[in-house]
Design a binder for this molecule. Sequence first.
Ligand code: ADE
Length: 349
Amino acid sequence: MSTLDQLPVPLLLWYRENARDLPWRRDPTPYRVWISEIMLQQTRVAAVLEYYRRFLEEAPGPAELAALPEDRLMKLWQGLGYYSRARNLQKAARQIMEEYGGVFPNTYESIRSLAGVGDYTAGAIASLAFGLPRAAVDGNVLRVVARVTGDDGDISTPAMKRKVTEALEEVIPIEAPGTFNQSLMELGALVCLPNGAPLCDRCPVAEFCRARKEGRTGELPVKAAKKGRRVEERTVWLLFHEDQVALRRRPSRGLLAGLWEYPNGLSGEDSLAAWGLTPSSVTPAGIGVHIFSHIEWRMRAMLGELPSEDLPEGWVWADRRELRDTYAVPSAFACFAGKVEERLRRDRP
Ligand code: ADE
């Protein structure tokens, strides 16, 4: 990997003028940086802002987070996806309470030992909150470095991540490691854009960027194609009794673990019979698609009226208020929210 020696000065000057004013940058305590970095994995800044505000209001520190009831935690995360992130946050908050007396650990290794904290997040907290000279290498940073150095290594491999981490730790300015890392992320987010569309005319390091010099910004970074998604056809049951809709809790492990859902099953299976339910009427209620990282759900909803309040073990009835305030139903089912709302309004405006 060619040297990155020339990177820090122009990048830091550019960042001073161009950094976005983001809440976790204003008061970068380890706790605030940690929550923001976990939320920002897989999720855009604009989508995170409101979640971040609400989360810190309800869990302003590790003690409050450790004590949060599971359903509250899931409700705070509802819509962000990748819910194991939230569960790991709570696990780690309990580690901080039990193993570190409620004080956020302050070495790279101890931060890295927290649940859900990988190399990237440990590097981000260590540098942004503690001023330690550690790199924080995520997809944005890999893209920037692969282009600047003209490296065609596959950025989805651990070997390339290690190479980039080592190259950055050789040049990270000892007096401003956090600002340096943020400036790299910011360049990736605002200028060195993915999918062959970088804004090189606004780039502070364009003059020594190898990809630009060699006309290869469209080819770099190199990233192995991901495996395809499995498609599942599912029938989703919107089951009502008076002013309530039936929900069931998903299993405690796996996809959307522990969240609440409209009962559903693979299309072609006779779910109603398996559940022992006999609606008095059944009507089609629309279709929806939800794409997860490795599965695609193609859903067909059916609306059913249940004459009795009896439900299978572990299911609950939720009215409009409970649906809004109590039960975390993931975005996968958001395509049916309008139908549910419309039907619940009918019985109680
Ligand atoms: N994406 C990941 N971490 C970020 C940060 N600290 N600021 C802005 N975008 C980010």
